[in-house]
Write a protein that binds this ligand. Sequence first.
Ligand SMILES: Cc1cc2nc3c(=O)[nH]c(=O)nc-3n(C[C@H](O)[C@H](O)[C@H](O)COP(=O)(O)OP(=O)(O)OC[C@H]3O[C@@H](n4cnc5c(N)ncnc54)[C@H](O)[C@@H]3O)c2cc1C
Length: 387
Amino acid sequence: MSEVVEHVDIAIVGGGPVGAALALALREADLRVALLEARADFAARDPRAIALSQGSRLILERLGAWQRLAGRATPIETIHVSQRGGFGSARLTAAEAGVPALGYTVEYGDLYAALANGLPGSGAALLSGTRVTDVAPAAGCGLVAYERDGRPASLTARLIALADGGRGLPGRTRVKDYGQSAVVCAVRTARPHRNLAYERFTPAGPIALLPLGEGYALVWTTPAAEVEARLALDDTAFLAELGRAFGDRQGAFLAAGPRAAFPLRLVTSTLAERPGLIRIGNAAQTLHPVAGQGFNLGLRDAWKLAEAILDWPREALGDAAFQDRYSAARRWDVAGGIAMTDLLVELFVSELPGVAQARGWALTLMDALPPVKQLFARKMMFGARTW
Ligand SMILES: Cc1cc2nc3c(=O)[nH]c(=O)nc-3n(C[C@H](O)[C@H](O)[C@H](O)COP(=O)(O)OP(=O)(O)OC[C@H]3O[C@@H](n4cnc5c(N)ncnc54)[C@H](O)[C@@H]3O)c2cc1C
């Protein structure tokens, strides 16, 4: 695309799923929007599976993306949570939570395609093959410098929405390395999944099995030092090791697809650090995938930012007051998502005396108390601000 864009109301830096969602959410606004994406096209090849919450489904419906995705999504009707080497387990069900499904598993590529297919009709200027090299936000109007076709260029924007996944543009605040990676792949089990997802906590980290199509998507948290060896195993040895770590609730593991690994870190930032700049999605917070919250939280960032933009005078979008409004709208949901995810990671790997027993009692109590289960399920589905 050789479109020349000099000035916009909103520059979205990063056309990943969260940046694309923001562009779609702004499609009916009378605003000039540019979406700048480093990749050559708005397409994604990624081996991840994503668990979408019921709340995300509702947002995707409003963006017109769910209609394209529904046929490829596998409903999660039950979630089984347990710990290896300790008592206690809990089952969350959609029926108890009063929803058709607790969530939906989708392939990352399908999710992205469902969003990206709506972009040409969004009215945004779509600048692919455009790598942003610097952002200089300012109250009133900021500058976005980028490279396209090997040539430097820039545009001005009242508001810069940083959705680059946290890749390199300055200003990050805190990084906590979990010393782990997630090994992901598709697996088949002897028993059919019956729309049942598992979250199994082991001393080395959690193992998630998400029903997807006819089989499962595996997310296996692996200590960093063991990742290469686990990736290098042949399928038979890999499946045997997985069986030993997970147990036999689904019968034997029969087959595994190609494997990939993602290093796991918690990255947090000030949502609105300088007037004229707002971070959303992984650029604002990068979470451990243990609770499947990262994209769900990022999608709510995009949705809430669009709501705030539509409710604010265009000429004042770069003002500090706009940032305060957005930060106030997101603070508790974001803080809750980060705290819950980090707590789960730390609590379930702790081998301190008495902690395994406390975990066991917590799971047993949660299982026995429907109101606690429902509250937990609502937080997972709709975010920390829901009561
Ligand atoms: C193993 C694993 C499993 C996960 N499972 C789940 C789950 O079940 N549920 C869930 O909700 N979340 C899950 N997540 C988290 C989820 O994948 C992320 O939160 C989500 O993909 C973030 O999207 P994003 O658009 O913010 O960032 P990204 O997907 O990183 O997109 C950023 C985009 O910005 C572009 N970009 C970067 N730098 C520049 C630049 N300088 N100029 C222009 N463009 C640029 C990139 O090319 C990219 O397209 C998981 C993550 C992992 C690692």
